[in-house]
Write a new protein. Structure first.
Length: 323
């Protein structure tokens, strides 16, 4: 009996020591390890009041460099610009805009083609909300900041399909490649909600369509980029006059490049694009060399508002963008 009691006590001691061995010695160290993936800098308070995403479809790095874009150049000279950002595969429109806005790639969100629909897809999303949509940046913002206002302006009809409109205060579609009415509506939205946090996605597809119709790097394609730059410049000046420019984080993003009459492949002209951001707390006049991907956009936005991203998102927060 004494021997059996001794063995029981020994086994209990071993079990206790084993359990202790798997517990973190320092809970703060465990939290630090948990957040190591994002390699986040500690900031005392959120940086963002407002975020504007300027989205132009189909901008390759070569075209961006060749086009005369003084307004975008000035905007991004006040922040940081990457000309080596990778897109997700396939290098098509719907998968990449969804990746920008959901912090995840197609293998997670399931949007793998342009004709994706909620009831027409191949791979189910890893996680869905109550209506079956993958949670995007708009949902996470709304869930964490009740006063957050969100708007989605677009002119390619299918673009809205993967997004749950429940989390969008304004959805505005402009037909026939038009985008100037949406620019005007977006400005009105920004003015109306100047005293509330907001996130605006302001998109145009006309640059992509110029590439499809005339080939990427054609004079018509370059002209489409330059035309967009002129109107972006007008919008930015209006934001300055309204007192909305200095303390707004403004991102310039695109979904893919192109070659000849199309895209979708793995060439550098299709897979590598410009990406930039300016705003409070962002470095100024810097060329970004840190690796970057379209999935990082939503992660950066959440971080600017001081929100932890969902564990199932795969985006990273490039630390070189911060002062």
């Amino acid at each position: 009996m004494e021997r059996r009691s001794f063995l029981k006590r020994s086994l209990a001691t071993i079990a206790t020591l084993s359990a202790a061995a798997v517990l973190p010695v320092n809970p703060l160290a465990a939290d630090s390890a948990k957040n190591k993936k994002g390699n986040k800098k500690t900031r005392k308070k959120p940086l963002a009041k407002r975020v504007l995403m300027l989205g132009l479809d189909g901008i390759c790095v070569e075209g961006f460099k060749k086009a005369y874009t003084p307004n975008l150049d000035k905007l991004l000279s006040e922040g940081i610009l990457s000309t080596d950002t990778r897109v997700v595969m396939p290098s098509n429109t719907q998968p990449n805009w969804m990746s920008h806005l959901s912090g995840s790639g197609p293998e997670i969100h399931g949007v793998d083609r342009n004709d994706w629909l909620l009831d027409k897809h191949t791979l189910p999303a890893l996680v869905t909300d109550e209506e079956g949509y993958y949670p995007t940046v708009f949902k996470v913002l709304k869930d964490n900041i009740p006063s957050m206002k969100t708007a989605f302006y677009y002119n390619w009809a299918e673009l809205i399909n993967p997004y749950n409109r429940r989390y969008l205060d304004v959805v505005s579609f402009e037909e026939n490649d038009g985008y100037l009415n949406n620019y005007s509506k977006a400005l009105d939205f920004m003015r109306t909600h100047r005293n509330e946090p907001w996130t605006v996605f302001l998109y145009s597809v006309h640059t992509d369509h110029a590439g499809h119709k005339h080939t990427w790097m054609s004079p018509e394609y370059i002209s489409a980029i330059e035309e967009a730059d002129v109107n972006i410049g007008k919008l930015l000046e209006q934001m300055k006059s309204a007192g909305l420019y200095d303390d707004t984080h403004i991102m310039f993003i695109t979904d893919h490049g192109g070659i000849n009459y199309g895209h979708g492949g793995m060439t550098t002209n299709e897979m590598i694009v410009p990406w930039g951001i300016k705003g409070p707390g962002i470095v100024s006049g810097v060329a970004m060399t840190e690796p970057n991907n379209t999935v990082n956009t939503a992660s950066v936005i959440l971080d600017l508002f001081g929100i932890e991203q969902p564990l199932y998102w795969t985006g990273e927060i490039p630390q070189s963008i911060f002062k």
